[in-house]
Design a protein around this ligand. Structure first.
Ligand SMILES: O=C(O)C1=C[C@@H](OP(=O)(O)O)[C@@H](O)[C@H](O)C1
Ligand SMILES: C=C(OP(=O)(O)O)C(=O)O
Length: 440
């Protein structure tokens, strides 16, 4: 069903950031294999995370939804994960499916994984390859995509792995398989990616070594055979969801937006750094911490933005924020150039093609590159008036709706249902800020 976002003169208010999606997946997975019962609050109850919860339950963990984002999970501990009775459906989620493959690979189980049309087109060879090197086996149709069947093994070999892509999902998958391997598994990254697996495993009592060698690479080592211990934990607010609200505040002609309880982690804050380079007025106030992460309140007010070449070393720390960065670029004066972001081609949609189409249909000049795009900013509100094809991609849908709040004419999207994968309260939060988004 199509939705339209109509321009409004101001957006104003304060929103508590929803729980971080990456941390929510990991909390359920780690609690599910731990010894004892964990109490998790602030969990993001989006479709992607709910699919991970269902998968953990199907593998033997006892999950209980207490309401208001609070969950208890009794882990399988030493008994280990067991074969699920039916296929595990990961819906739209790359993180859920790829991390779970690593988590399950070290147990003698068999599991079939399926996903929606978008996930079934995303590359799984990046995790199949290292897991096969460790001794897991797979049945698939040769394309290295879902659906596939994993045959895990209780005697995985440790490996020393250098992922081909800057990917926290690949790093995490290998480390999680390493938890049950016989010896030390090592992952070396040349461009550090989000570090939630490392931080959160430590919270569950796992001994893990992280060395940042020469400032050029980071090496994470994990010894197999360690048992996780249950914890009580609070999921920090999601900076990727906060980015949409902050962007809305920055392009709004008047007013101001505050987002409370956002995780401040330098492997995730690339969007805010890039926006600041473009002249964004974003304030931050320290709040304390949750689950080993710093928390901040953020404020954004309408800002005159200037186009910039986005430094490629920021890419891993803002990998999910390029669709919303493209919206800022459309409002900015001058040229914004994104490069070194080839990974965007294999997200929920081909996000380079989808972003280019989103801007063009709304009257913005943009050029597509193999590894990014160049936007000629309008130096103020872009024309708007277009119908954006979302390709079942939540971040394209939310970006287009944010653009419509301050463009000259309304912006429509073909579907909004998939926003619930990562930000189920998005429409309610936008309405409370004063946005005018309607379905038709
Ligand atoms: O590990 C994670 O939680 C994630 C890693 C990133 O994917 P890649 O590892 O494919 O870059 C990111 O795009 C995704 O939204 C979440
Ligand atoms: C890429 C994303 O998620 P995933 O890979 O988990 O589907 C995202 O949320 O933007």
């Amino acid at each position: 069903m199509a939705w339209t976002s109509f321009p409004v003169s101001k957006l104003q208010g304060a929103i508590r950031a929803p729980g971080d999606k990456s941390c929510s997946h990991r909390a359920l997975m780690f609690a599910g294999i731990a010894e004892g019962t964990s109490d998790i609050s602030g969990l993001l109850e989006g479709e992607d995370v709910i699919n991970t919860a269902k998968a953990m339950a199907a593998l033997g963990a006892e999950t209980e939804q207490k309401g208001g984002g609070r969950w208890t999970v009794k882990g399988v501990g030493k008994a280990g994960l067991t074969s699920p009775a039916s296929a595990l459906d990961f819906g739209n989620s790359g993180t859920g499916s790829r991390l779970m493959l690593g988590l399950m690979a070290g147990y003698p189980l068999e599991a079939r994984l399926v996903g929606d049309a978008s996930l079934s087109r995303r590359p799984m060879n990046r995790v199949i390859k290292p897991l096969e090197q460790m001794g897991a086996r797979f049945d698939h149709d040769g394309r290295g995509m879902l659906p596939l069947t994993l045959h895990g093994s209780a005697s995985l070999n440790p490996i020393d792995y250098v992922p081909e892509h800057a990917s926290a999902q690949v790093k995490s998958c290998v480390l999680l398989a390493g938890l049950n391997a016989q010896g030390t598994t090592r992952v070396t990254e040349h461009r550090p990616t989000r570090d939630h697996t490392e931080k959160m495993l430590r919270g569950f009592g796992v001994d893990l070594d992280v060395v940042n060698a020469d400032g050029t690479r980071s090496v994470v080592s994990i010894e197999g055979g360690q048992t996780l211990q249950a914890v009580d934990t609070q999921i920090p607010g999601d900076p990727s969801s906060a980015a949409f609200l902050i962007a809305a505040g920055l392009i709004s002609p008047a007013g101001g937006v505050m987002v409370e309880g956002v995780m401040s982690n330098e492997t995730r804050d690339g969007f805010f750094r890039a926006a600041a380079m473009m002249g964004a007025d974003i304030g931050a106030e320290e709040l304390g911490d949750a689950a080993g992460e710093r928390l901040i309140d953020m404020q954004a007010v309408g800002s005159g933005l200037k186009g910039r070449a986005i430094p490629t070393d920021l890419v891993p720390a803002m990998i999910d924020e390029f669709p919303i960065l493209a919206v800022l670029a459309a409002f900015a004066e001058g040229e914004t150039r994104v490069s070194g972001a080839h990974e965007l081609r294999v997200k929920e949609s081909d996000r380079i093609a989808a972003v280019v189409a989103m801007l063009r249909v709304n009257g913005v000049e943009v050029e597509e590159h193999e590894d990014g795009f160049t936007v000629q900013g309008c130096g103020g509100p872009p024309p708007g008036g277009g119908l954006v094809e979302t390709h079942h991609d939540h971040r394209i849908a939310m970006s287009a709706l944010i653009m419509g709040t301050a463009s000259q004419k309304p912006v429509s999207i073909d579907d909004a249902a998939m926003i619930a994968t990562s930000y189920p309260d998005f429409m309610a939060h936008m309405a409370s800020l004063g946005a005018d988004i309607r379905n038709a």
